[in-house]
Design a protein around this ligand. Structure first.
Ligand SMILES: Nc1nc2c(ncn2[C@@H]2O[C@H](COP(=O)(O)OP(=O)(O)OP(=O)(O)O)[C@@H](O)[C@H]2O)c(=O)[nH]1
Ligand SMILES: [Mg+2]
Ligand SMILES: [Zn+2]
Length: 318
């Protein structure tokens, strides 16, 4: 039986679409015995998905050209979040870890200034996910053709921290070449709220994909997601993942102690607080709070930190 190595480019309920070296896409299933083996071997019960988009797998095809997954390779990295509240929970009712994609070079966080409004809490949560998984984030602020009043303000905040920030318009085709250059020979996942223009950007970069985007006049469709399944596309030397819009975003497995390490601009002040176990929330002589008061750390970023910290204290993390 022929065995191939490939990458998972799409998952539709129990069907796994695997792209092999010849660029052919093969539909495969995940046999029960592999599922069990993987659970036992890797103790991954806390994860919702055994096989995720971007995973490298070995598949075997039989005479009828039915394929099954034989092996799942170790992930180089992955993007995950706490599974949405409606999804399956673990044995103790805890929210499981949902893997969005594995083995990526960039997390492209797509935002817009209006329609929908810029949401920096949301962006900061995605940045924390990128930092905690050691994946480089790129911040895209799309729809600059509509409104660029606040653009400079946010660009300054994130550029100062050292992040790559780019303002784009998928419709007016602004700054697309600069973004494309950055993505050359990389595997990048586009992630963000619904309607910010993820699919429009992917289309604008690679018109041959012709992905479905929201109709401008489609008011009946308000609040629903246009993209419903994540897909990995390979075009020449680019690999892009388009994903459905995210409604809520909670990083998985964060601890109070670790959180401050995922705000890069905090790093030079860590260890300088009066109390060794400072949470940088209320304690006197806190180096982080001082830096906020002195205008070195952005108050907006600090608010995002507190907002996440509070979530962890609520014990909503598992
Ligand atoms: N003015 C303007 N409109 C844009 C731009 N990019 C996208 N849009 C519009 O925004 C709407 C949403 O775009 P989509 O690409 O479907 O958004 P999405 O992020 O893929 O949404 P989901 O698939 O639901 O997550 C569409 O009506 C687009 O035409 C832009 O740069 N400027
Ligand atoms: Mg979309
Ligand atoms: Zn402190």
């Amino acid at each position: 039986m022929p065995v191939h190595r490939g990458i998972i480019e799409r998952i539709e309920s129990k069907d796994y679409y695997v792209r092999i070296d010849t660029n052919e896409s093969i539909r495969a299933i995940l046999p029960g015995k592999i599922k069990n083996k993987f659970h036992l071997k890797k103790n991954k019960q806390s994860q919702l998905d055994i096989v995720a988009l971007g995973d490298f797998v070995l598949i075997e095809t039989d005479e009828e050209n039915l394929a099954s997954i034989l092996e799942i390779e170790e992930r180089r990295n992955f993007i995950s979040r706490k599974a949405p509240k409606i999804k399956a929970r673990g044995e103790k009712g805890e929210r499981l870890e949902q893997i969005i994609a594995a083995n990526v070079d960039f997390l492209v966080i797509v935002t817009s200034l209006s329609e929908p409004r810029f949401n920096n809490r949301f962006l900061d949560r995605m940045l924390v996910i990128a930092e905690s998984n050691k994946i480089e984030p790129l911040i895209v602020i799309n729809k600059i053709d509509l409104d660029d009043n606040e653009f400079q303000f946010w660009e300054n905040i994130y550029k100062k921290i050292g992040y790559f920030v780019i303002g784009t318009s998928a419709i007016k085709r602004l700054n697309l070449e600069k973004l494309r250059e950055k993505l050359f020979r990389k595997r990048a996942i586009f992630w963000g709220q619904s309607g910010v223009g993820k699919s429009s950007l992917v289309n604008a970069l690679f018109p041959q994909l012709n992905l479905k985007t929201k109709e401008i006049s489609d008011f009946s469709n308000k609040g629903t997601h246009t993209t419903v399944t994540s897909s990995l596309f390979k075009i020449d030397e680019f690999e892009l993942i388009d994903t459905p819009g995210v409604r809520e975003i909670e990083p998985f497995g964060l601890t109070k102690e670790d959180l401050c390490h995922y705000f890069p601009e905090f790093s030079e002040y860590l260890g300088q607080c009066k109390y060794y176990s400072c949470t940088h929330n209320h304690e006197p002589n806190c180096a982080i709070r001082n830096a906020v008061e002195n205008g070195v750390i952005s108050p907006e970023r600090y608010k995002s930190y507190l907002n996440l910290l509070e979530n962890i204290e609520d014990n909503t993390f598992s």
